[in-house]
Each structure stands twice: as structure tokens, then as C-alpha cells.
Design a protein around this ligand. Sequence first.
Ligand code: GRF
Length: 204
Amino acid sequence: MVKTKIAVLVSGGGTNLQALLDAQQSGALTAGEIVLVIASNDKAYALTRAANAGVPAVVCSRKALGSQAAFETAISQALAEHGAELIVMAGFMSILTENFTSQWPRRILNIHPSLIPSFCGKGFYGLKVHEAALAYGVKVTGATVHFVNEVPDGGEILLQKAVDVLPGDTPEVLQRRVMEQAEWKLLPQAAQMISEEIGREKAE
Ligand code: GRF
């Protein structure tokens, strides 16, 4: 079967991108192929990870491009140039509006570091999610892969995995455990699932 072409959108360290690249390498991600990395800023270490893996990367910065419309046009152009069929948001910190997301129904995945609908939506990103979970006192948290629509963290849930909160956890310690036990497993699994689905649709 022809592999589904995947573009990964990043903003930061890119450990989730690395998990996808590793899954490709190890044969856990067989239905898809990462053809492009798009970073929202030129400082993202994820760009180095892409370069090390020999994957083409471009920077699309909303700030540099001057408007949301120009930003979304630049992303769309890069996706088209590389023939992307599936978008995976892996720690992508910029907002994409309905103008963009409506072009890609069930074709944009995002990973969020909590069990949605807890600790999600506007303002819940990065360490803030884990700070909120600890402040609330939940004993179980986790990660969620969901489809992306115009509602922040509001699209249909695809996969979830629970992770224990342990006594003495700091936000940083909890973040790391959620990544190791949930995010780095779930995202490649979800990318494989939807790549297979796209592959089946193309074969029909
Ligand atoms: C992850 O916790 C992801 O769930 C969140 O941002 C973080 C990105 O980490 N949305 P990385 O850039 O993949 O290392």
C-alpha cells in the first residue's frame, strides 16, 4: 500500500516528533511517512531533529508573516508542495482558525497532555496543564490524541491513555511521566491508525 504522506507541525523541543521519527525507523509506523516538518518559529529544536532525520522542514511564523491569513496560506502552500495528506500537531503552539481546519476534516491530529475534557482548552498548554492537574489534586491524568477542529482541544477523541499522579510530583516530573508513558506511544499509534485509514480510502 502506498504510504500516507504526513506533515508534522511543531513549535518546541519536538520529543513527540522524535517519537514519530523513531516509530518510522523501528517499523511501528508503516502506513505513513513523514514528508515535512513545519515549525512555527526558527528556534524550535524540533528543526534539528528533522534535519538529523533528513526530513525537509520549513518555518512558518505568524509573527514574521504578519497576519493569521498569511500564516495559514504559507502552511497550506508547504503542505501542498509536499503532497501532505495527514497533519500531526506535535506541540504546535499556534492557533489555526476554522478557515484552515475546515479544509482538513478528520485529517489533523493533535496530542494534548491531559485526559480531555479535563485541563484543556484555552490557556491549557505546556506545563500549565500539569500545574492545573496537580493543583486540583487528581490522582490520574494522561494524554489524549484528538482530531482538530475550530474549538481548541474540542475535536473528536481518537485515543487516550491514563497515567498515575504520584506523591511529590512537580509539574516537570509529571510532564515527563505523561510524555514517556502516554504521549510518545499514543501519537505514533494514532498516526499509524489514520494513515491506514487514508491508505484504505485511496485503495477503494
Ligand atoms: C507536549 O506535552 C504536548 O502534549 C504539548 O506540548 C508538548 C510538546 O513537547 N502539547 P515536544 O515539543 O513534543 O517535546
